[in-house]
Design a protein around this ligand. Structure first.
Ligand SMILES: *Cc1c(COP(=O)(O)O)cnc(C)c1O
Length: 478
């Protein structure tokens, strides 16, 4: 602890240091004991007294650092820093709405309330309120998922990676799954279709080429060991140019003609047609089921806008097998996930209200005029925070949906471009500024590109603007 500083006059000696006991009984320490408890206050204070003793031995102990109020103040700062949560809210100004490293989807208020209720009171998680007998946690959301997707049955696991693993292990253990080479995707964070297949015990049969796969490739790959034909959404890339792929309907027809199931990993998976809000179209889960897919897997926290989860919907007989797999128990979701998921799914019953109520969709559909006005308001605030070495100006830019959803499609947005105004190469200065933004009480995360630091305002809703501005102006006045 930095309480020992060189005193010009008489440095204090070890005998001047108050005892731990006396300090803990002093009135200055009472609020600390009240807030943080005896154990950690004692621990930290003991370490602190040890530092003081060492300073005394070196003749560097300042007498003024030894009174109880000064020691209590120093300890208070240390305790507060130590007890600050490591998981902190930040401002996501990266321009990527569903940012995996920043926690993906933000949940609507209904979900937050439901999680609080589930956390603070017992609930019928696996309890049938009609019979009083044991229930199944899937029953809480299965009817809703079936209603929204047209599937016969549904189940939920920890995330979509788990959904794919469980689906493959149940339906293709030691048997072959046929996938086009154009769809052997790697999602960030080490999720690769060939690897997950291996771990699931499924044998991957690759067909076609990177750019072209034909119906005959699927037909020719089917043999006695084939368990299913599988399609995977090219979430984070696009195959362009001289290309050919076989659509879900056709793959399903080929599979069904040979008595096999067709599965589709949709990745993001949406429950509504996003084109109605001017967003790029994505196949919905319902369309995929209607086209003939027997099993569809998708994420809870991508386009769906809910909590981290992996949703598996499809034919009742296959879902029943999946639920009976012992791995299901290892991959199951907790009550917080189910509590959050149900109200999010329920919002989809009123699709016309979604852009207002579903947080992610509200961010996707925020008009660029709103961001433009915001940029004009915030440019001077950031300019005086950044200082004269930088030039801050509003700039048109493009946000991304993120999380491997619609990689090519960008949403017109607006934000701030910050450039280094002085001489020399801008890189180091911009990195310094980026660090300063991360050091704010609520860190601001932007991105550096093309010799500028960019702050996309899409994810800074008007309601958050006063707090955002306040922490920038507060830093200047200190
Ligand atoms: C994102 C994605 C996954 C993994 O989903 P998580 O919910 O992140 O586990 C799997 N497959 C595809 C095609 C994806 O886009």
């Amino acid at each position: 602890m930095n309480t020992a500083t060189l005193s010009p006059e008489a440095p204090a000696g070890a005998k001047d240091i108050p005892s731990l006991d006396r300090l803990l009984r002093s009135p200055e320490f009472a609020p600390l004991l009240q807030a943080y408890g005896h154990t950690q206050v004692g621990q930290l204070m003991r370490a602190c007294l040890q530092d003081l003793r060492e300073a005394a031995l070196q003749g560097k102990l300042d007498r003024r650092a030894l009174d109880a109020p000064a020691l209590a103040r120093a300890l208070q700062a240390r305790l507060a820093a130590r007890n600050e949560s490591r998981l902190r809210p930040v401002y996501n100004l990266t321009g990527t709405v569903l940012h995996t490293n920043l926690g993906r989807a933000l949940l609507p208020d209904q979900a937050v309330q439901a999680v609080v209720r589930a956390l603070t009171s017992p609930a019928n998680l696996e309890f049938d309120l009609e019979t009083g007998g044991r229930g199944d946690r899937d029953d809480l959301i299965e009817p809703l998922l079936c209603e929204l997707t047209g599937a016969e049955a549904a189940t939920v696991v920890n995330n979509n990676a788990a959904a794919v693993l469980l689906m493959l292990n149940t339906l293709s253990d030691r048997r072959e799954s046929v996938v086009s080479r154009g769809e052997l995707v790697e999602i960030g964070g080490a999720f690769r279709i060939p690897d997950i297949m291996k771990r699931a015990g499924a044998r991957l049969v690759e067909i076609g080429t990177t750019n072209r796969t034909h119906a005959a490739d699927y037909e020719n790959a089917i043999g006695p060991r084939t368990a299913m034909l599988m399609k995977v959404h090219c979430s984070n890339y696009a195959v362009k140019g001289f290309t050919k792929s076989v659509d879900v309907g056709q793959v399903a027809d080929i599979a069904h003609a040979r008595g096999l199931p067709a599965s589709v990993d949709l990745g993001s998976g949406t429950l509504v047609d996003l084109a109605q809000w001017g967003l790029p179209p994505e196949p919905t889960v319902r369309e995929t089921i209607q086209a003939g897919a027997d099993i569809v897997t998708f994420s809870g926290d991508k386009l769906l806008g809910g909590p981290q989860a992996g949703l598996i919907v499809g034919r009742a007989e296959l879902i029943r097998k999946i639920k009976k797999n012992p791995l299901k128990r290892a991959l199951r979701v907790g009550k917080l996930t189910l509590a959050a998921l149900e109200p999010v799914l329920a919002l989809y019953r009123a699709p016309e209200l979604l852009p207002e109520r579903l947080t992610t969709l509200r961010l996707f559909t925020r008009p660029s005029s709103a961001m433009k006005e915001q940029a004009a308001r915030l440019a001077p605030v950031l300019q005086s925070w950044a200082g004269a070495d930088f030039a801050v100006e509003p700039a048109a830019l493009f946000s991304q949906i993120g999380s491997g959803a619609l990689p090519e499609d960008v949403l017109p947005s607006c934000g701030l471009r910050i450039r280094h105004a002085g001489p020399g190469r801008p890189g180091r200065h911009l990195t310094r500024l980026e660090t300063r933004l991360r050091e704010l009480p609520r860190p601001v995360i932007g991105r550096i590109a093309d010799d500028a630091l960019w702050l996309d305002l899409r994810c800074l809703e008007e309601s958050q603007e006063p707090d955002f501005t306040a922490q920038l102006t507060a830093e200047q006045s200190t």
